[in-house]
Design a binder for this molecule. Structure first.
Ligand code: FES
Length: 158
């Protein structure tokens, strides 16, 4: 957990010490930072580059490749809704629109109160039982109407 007044540079320096001398320290450091402060922003990229003697472009390239590294912190709940072909062929677009309305958040956004982030995912390997989503990492299948949407909304409201 990050100290309340610790700067991002100090946080990066502290976490970098954990991985000092290891080859391939960048990825574990990024994961540690994401877990500690919920984001890897431009200031963090610069601090990491300095700590690991890498260019900002090298660090940015890795950060932008992995979707789990966030430029801004996610909401308290994360709903990842499948936009891949099988789920789309089962009415996924209409369900997505209804889900976004019910959760009061646009796709790819975090609600203003920070309660939920809604973002796309492209196939969860559950194609036979779609449309599907991951709600806080837990698969939710057969999102085929209001009842399923209400179950997701209840999870987000908790
Ligand atoms: S297409 Fe949605 S789970 Fe595979």
């Amino acid at each position: 957990m990050t100290m309340i007044d610790e700067s991002i540079e100090a946080t990066v320096a502290r976490l970098a010490k954990v991985h000092a001398g290891r080859r391939g320290a960048l990825l574990p450091l990024l994961h540690d930072l994401q877990a500690a402060v919920g984001k890897v922003d431009d200031a963090a990229v610069a601090a990491i580059a300095a700590e690991l003697n890498l260019s900002r472009a090298e660090v940015h390239g890795v950060v932008s490749f992995y979707h789990d590294f966030r430029h801004v912190p996610a909401g308290r709940h994360i709903v990842k809704y499948c936009r891949a072909e099988s789920c789309q062929s089962r009415g996924g677009a209409a369900i997505e629109a209804a889900l976004a309305r019910r959760l009061d958040v646009a796709m790819g956004e975090t609600r203003a109160d920070g309660r939920v982030t809604l973002e796309p995912v492209y196939c969860l390997g559950l194609c036979a039982v779609g449309p599907n989503a991951l709600v806080d990492g837990v698969p939710v299948a057969r999102i085929d109407g209001d009842a399923a949407i209400e179950r997701i909304a209840a999870t987000v409201a908790a």
